[in-house]
Write a protein that binds this ligand. Structure first.
Ligand SMILES: C[S@@+](CC[C@H](N)C(=O)[O-])C[C@H]1O[C@@H](n2cnc3c(N)ncnc32)[C@H](O)[C@@H]1O
Length: 303
């Protein structure tokens, strides 16, 4: 049967406690699934179809999946179609109990609120798992500035790793509120600012100096951020908010821009005073035909 390999991948990965990307068809390496990702959030198998494609390979695979739900600890299978207006969700198996109904999920012993439904994003970007892990392992006694924090999952990880101070900032009020709830859920403390970062640079500088800068901007958001011109501007303006030996975690999720874009930007802004440490590896499941197009999480150390 075509795409039996997808079923087999699910079968070896499930059941699992942590929320996870299980199938990354968008990496271009799985025939018939080039526009499909599959994730698990607690008891829900979450299928995302990005473009209108022949869905027969998916349905063939799901008919097998349905027979294995109990063994996998899956109660519901939902399909979100991103190419249709309003991102409608089909309940393929189970009930609609968790559609647009927030619930808690887990990753690395931390808890996060997610909402599977009309929102394009669930509240937790699963491809960033290694970024969260790195912060959890490296934030002890550090002061962390988390820019473009969204629902503050990177901040939660830093806090769980023993950071002294975490300042989270994002212009989306709802996301920041969710971030506060995520912090409370994990019994950790942080500072939350719901504002355009560019309007807050002075205030952020007063809260510094920060030992770790996390920046995970959108590639392009109308009237808010254009990575090609604003990333460099932002880093330049933030220089005085950072400790002289700060660590930078600079993220880029634009397929059109490669790691060299970040190297060049850092060289220009820090004029040779930033040493490249490494690019954090993406989880194996995120393998892409072009690794330069996939998520880039780059670490640098200032001196
Ligand atoms: C890719 S998401 C960040 C994901 C987050 N770091 C995580 O791992 O969950 C990008 C975020 O940037 C925010 N954003 C875009 N432009 C902004 C700006 N100028 N000031 C503040 N937030 C901005 C958006 O509201 C969005 O939540």
């Amino acid at each position: 049967m075509k795409n039996y390999s997808v079923f087999k991948k699910l079968d070896v990965s499930l059941p699992c406690v942590d929320a996870k990307r299980l199938i990354h068809g968008r990496g271009g390496k799985i025939e018939g699934f080039e526009q499909i990702n599959i994730e698990i959030y607690s008891q829900v198998l979450w299928v995302i179809v990005y473009q209108s494609v022949d869905e027969q390979p998916l349905y063939d695979m799901l008919s097998l999946a349905k027979e294995n739900m109990e063994k996998w600890g899956v109660d519901h299978i939902y399909i979100q179609r991103r190419f249709e207006k309003g991102n409608p969700v089909e309940v393929y198996a189970g009930t609609d109990e968790w559609v647009d109904n927030e619930f808690e999920t887990q990753e690395n012993h931390l808890n996060y609120l997610v909402n599977l439904g009309r929102n394009q994003n669930t509240g937790l970007f699963l491809d960033m798992v290694n970024g969260r892990k790195w912060l959890q392992d490296n934030s002890r006694k550090q002061s962390v500035l988390n820019l473009f924090s969204y629902t503050c999952s990177l901040g939660v990880s830093a806090a769980a790793g023993g950071a002294n101070q975490i300042v989270n900032i994002d212009m989306a009020k709802g996301a920041v509120k969710k971030g506060q709830q995520n912090f409370a859920l994990n019994d950790v403390n942080g500072v939350f600012i719901a504002q355009d970062i560019f309007k807050m640079i002075k205030k952020l500088t007063l809260k510094g100096p920060f030992d770790i800068l996390v920046a995970d901007p959108p590639s392009f958001q109308s009237k808010a951020f254009d990575v090609r011109k604003d990333y460099k501007k932002l880093l330049t303006k933030l220089k005085s908010a950072l400790a002289h030996d700060a660590t930078l975690m600079l993220c880029l999720n634009s397929p059109a821009l490669d790691t060299q874009f970040i190297h060049d930007m850092v060289d220009e802004v820090y004029e040779g005073k930033a040493t490249f440490i490494k690019r954090l590896e993406n989880p194996e499941v995120l393998a892409d035909v072009n690794e330069e197009a996939s998520l880039k999480v780059m670490l640098y150390k200032l001196s």
